[in-house]
Ligand binder design. Structure first.
Ligand code: GDP
Ligand code: ZN
Length: 324
């Protein structure tokens, strides 16, 4: 059993009997969720299928008091979006309410541009990004570690850096692991979770033929730590960024920004800003930086809006609680 706090649920349970829950995996018209009373399989109303890239792993929901139906999807604190498959440009939510996203990249095969796309997509959704260099036993050269400025250098094989990684997933926090196929993400996640570390009580579904089937879960509890989202679908990730092909359009700024001293550099007055240096040296047109800043401001407004919604919701809950 888990507590609301362990689920990361924002605020107390509503007092109208509706049950707080967290989405562990998403299927076409139903979701597997965790409640404080254990796992539940709940159906989704069609109006929830179209919200903000769809219901995602990590979403907080309210189930009906008696029926296993999702009645409300709570506003997200953060969201990680990718472009949905197909021709139309629309977002698909991969993970919601994640505090920290570990971008796993291997010492033997890394690509700065790909990393930048992850970092921008993560920052756009409001979560904190941390680069984790994997397979350090294969030898991480100085140029690689300098270029990537990883927050952690790890090896699932030797165990290097794993205690530090674990320490960055404290109780109450929700993290996600992303990375291209083959970087060693599964190896890291498996070590973190341990063999039998998945939350007890698999979500069991009673299917139409009367058999019990254990469904795939994507939300896990790290023993002694927080929650971990591992989504296989992230393998072919195409980050969704507001404004369409913004990432491609700002490749030039991003290529300089990768050398800024601070990863979240706003290229305003930070020391060691490689973007302003590039402008000063004539390597980057000042208009490009200005355009990027404009976009960055738009992005932060979007993030603030979602924070505002969360705050409003928490307040509404507290008032509701007091009033009754
Ligand atoms: P994923 O696709 O990112 O989940 O990658 P996997 O975890 O499946 O690993 C891909 C390959 O890298 C496998 O052959 C693993 O055995 C290997 N691998 C994973 N972690 C390490 C590591 O720390 N060191 C070494 N040398 N190989 C690793
Ligand atoms: Zn900068």
């Amino acid at each position: 059993m888990v507590t609301l706090e362990e689920l990361g649920f924002p605020g107390p349970a509503p007092d109208d009997g509706r049950r707080p829950a967290r989405v562990a995996s998403v299927h076409a018209v139903r979701v597997d969720v965790w409640t404080t009373a254990g796992p539940v399989q709940a159906s989704l109303r069609s109006r929830f299928l179209r919200i903000d890239g769809g219901v995602a792993v990590g979403d907080f929901v309210l189930l009906g008091a008696t029926e296993d139906v999702v009645e409300e999807v709570l506003p997200r604190r953060t969201v990680f979006l990718r472009q949905a498959a197909g021709d139309r440009s629309e977002p698909q939510a991969i993970a919601a309410n994640v505090d920290r996203v570990f971008v796993v990249t291997s010492a033997e095969d890394w690509n700065l541009r790909r990393l930048e796309r992850y970092l921008v997509a993560i920052a756009t959704g409001g979560a904190e990004a941390q680069i984790v260099l994997s397979k350090s036993d294969l030898g991480a050269d100085v140029e690689t570690t300098d270029a990537l400025a990883p927050s952690l250098v790890t090896s699932a094989k030797t165990g290097a850096g794993l205690d530090e990684l674990r320490a960055r997933i404290p109780r109450g926090m929700t993290v996600a692991f992303v990375g291209s196929s083959g970087v060693g993400k599964s190896a890291l996640v498996n070590v973190l979770l341990g063999r039998d570390a998945q939350l007890e009580g698999a979500v069991r579904a009673h299917d139409g033929r009367g058999r019990h089937t254990t469904t795939r879960r994507e939300l896990f509890a790290v023993p002694g730590g927080g929650l971990l989202i591992d989504t296989p679908g992230m393998r072919e990730l195409k980050p969704w960024l507001p404004g369409g092909e913004v990432d491609d359009a700002f490749d030039d700024v991003a290529s300089h920004a990768a050398r800024c001293r601070y990863r979240d550099c706003a290229h305003e007055s930070e020391p060691g800003c490689a973007v302003r240096e590039a402008v000063a040296a004539g390597d980057l047109a000042p208009e490009r930086l200005e355009a990027w800043r404009k976009l960055a401001r738009e992005r932060s407004t979007q993030v603030d809006k979602s924070k505002q919604r969360t705050a409003t919701l928490a307040l509404r809950k507290r008032l509701r609680e007091k009033g009754n």
